[in-house]
Design a protein around this ligand. Structure first.
Ligand code: KIV
Length: 277
């Protein structure tokens, strides 16, 4: 049974933490779904994490649609949220609805996510009016990091915190079913979470939100660059080490002619009696 939006509200009211994680392909979609996570985000972090870019800005609708389709085919229980990439919703309400529609119709997403309040509020209203659930994203919004002065925590001063609070109320009023709060001071994130009826999902925002999200590759220790990692990342596995060791062992086996062994080959069929010699 797919998790529903009312289920999320129930989890919030019962103070049961909501687990969200990113995935970008079919096998990891299957794995995290089998692990029982509640929400799977096909984030535009794909641009950094699996496509080799140094920001989320270059992610395209075609790329996000393909990745979302692969993930959603593997997820049975969790709600799949497709991330709207930069410039797929900023230009007009019509384009926003069309882009969201692609992630749902072609990508199989259950909902979409977009960043910001202000001009994004009309987009949220338009997409929700078309029948597609929307998750908001406030605080550090990577698509507009440049204009906000880089990847920095938001709402640290009283004025910024007040603005963040107002934005959170505004995305709720615009119709979002939930909102990601990224790199927001924990007290602010917790106060917003208590004030909103919709669910809040934190990343780098402390333990007071209704749920948490992490980027899968970050928690697995798979890095696509050697730069510093945000301090909110917790490593649950060293998959880079596992893959490196496996590749090394394979290379050694091939070079020493230990692989393939007799158990890895298809034997020629025994000749049929009376057949050609
Ligand atoms: O793109 C992404 O993975 C995200 C999460 C960090 C929330 O937006």
């Amino acid at each position: 049974m797919k998790l529903s939006l009312p289920d999320l509200r129930t989890m919030k009211s019962q103070r049961r933490p909501i687990v969200m994680i990113t995935a970008y392909d079919h096998p990891t979609g299957r794995i995290v779904d089998a692990a029982g996570v509640d929400l799977v985000l096909v984030g535009d972090s794909a641009a950094n994490v699996v496509l080799g870019h140094d920001s989320t800005v270059p992610a395209t609708m075609d790329e996000m649609t393909i990745l979302t389709r692969a993930v959603s085919r593997g997820v049975e229980h969790a709600l799949v949220i497709g991330d709207l990439p930069f410039m797929s919703y900023q230009v007009s309400d019509e384009e926003a609805v069309r882009s969201a529609g692609r992630l749902v119709k072609e990508g199989g997403a259950d909902a979409v996510k977009l960043e910001g309040a202000g001009p994004s509020l009309d987009r949220i209203r338009a997409i929700v009016a078309s029948g597609i659930p929307v998750m908001g994203h406030l605080g550090l919004t990577p698509q507009t990091a440049t204009i906000k002065g880089g990847h920095r925590a938001q709402g640290r001063q009283a004025e910024g915190a007040r603005a963040l609070f107002a934005d959170a109320l505004a995305v709720e009023a615009a119709g979002c079913f939930g909102v990601v709060l990224e790199a927001v001071p924990p007290q602010v994130a917790e106060a917003i979470s208590r004030r909103l009826d919709i669910v809040t999902i934190g990343i780098g925002s402390g333990a007071g939100t209704d749920g948490q999200v992490l980027v899968l590759h970050d928690m697995l220790g798979i890095r696509s660059s050697d730069g510093p990692q945000p301090r909110f990342v917790k490593h649950y596995a060293d998959m880079a080490g596992v893959v490196r060791e496996a590749a090394l062992a394979y290379a050694e086996d091939v070079r020493a002619r230990r692989f393939p062994g007799p158990e890895h080959i298809y034997r020629a069929a025994a000749p049929k009696p009376g057949g050609p010699a």
